[in-house]
Design a protein around this ligand. Structure first.
Ligand code: OGA
Ligand code: MN
Length: 197
């Protein structure tokens, strides 16, 4: 089922696929996020490498998951990510050792300015994956992921609709998140070439 996803990764280093992750898995994550937010478990995200809050750059709040101790709320996704990791290694010899992941909540108007996921401060990031969790997202709601090539030309603009999976080589694609008129939820992570935990 992941074949078309890998074909695009092979050809372009980037892929986006809809409906690969079923509605049940998405709903479970949405419900869990609601509970975690009610418990104030989401914290304002830091800008990678700087370890400071910077609302000028990003306005989301995140909840980091522990892949060594997966809980029932994300067990299907954990299984999927384990398969993704081993298949990426088999097909592209990436040498992924572990992944990290978080839930991200963007309140109305929040954004994440153009950036690259792999910097000298997090140089072990190889592959970025994002699963969007927003049901009934409409054109005009905003919150698109805008993806650029290395020359800075826009190559993709993707709405964060539920079940959409995006994956790309972390050092190749600058990207940004546009502000939205509705809260925006996603599950995001990175495959690394070293052990993290
Ligand atoms: C990130 C990021 C994109 C998105 O967390 O680094 O770029 O669409 N997220 O949520
Ligand atoms: Mn990013």
């Amino acid at each position: 089922m992941l074949e078309p996803f890998f074909q695009d990764i092979q050809a372009h280093g980037f892929s986006s696929l809809d409906n690969l992750i079923d509605q049940h898995t998405v709903r479970k994550l949405v419900k869990w996020s609601d509970i975690l937010r009610a418990e104030n478990q989401f914290v304002p995200a830091k800008v990678s490498g700087e370890k400071i809050l910077n609302a000028q750059i990003r306005g989301d709040s995140t909840y980091w998951l522990d892949p060594l101790h997966p809980t029932v709320e994300w067990d299907e996704l954990k299984l999927f990510l384990d398969q993704l990791q081993s298949q990426l290694n088999e097909k592209f010899f990436l040498g992924i050792k572990q992944y990290e992941c978080h839930l991200a909540y963007y309140p109305v108007g929040a954004f994440y300015k153009k950036h690259l996921d792999r910097l000298s401060t997090n140089s072990s990031r190889l592959f970025t994956f994002i699963l969007y969790l927003n049901e009934n997202w409409n054109e005009g709601d905003g919150g698109e992921l805008v993806v650029f090539d290395k020359q800075g030309l826009e190559i993709k603009r993707l709405s964060p609709q539920a079940g959409r999976l995006v994956g790309f080589m972390s050092d190749e694609f600058p990207h940004e998140v546009l502000p939205s008129i509705r809260p925006r939820l996603s599950f995001t992570g990175w495959m690394h070439n070293k052990l993290l935990y």
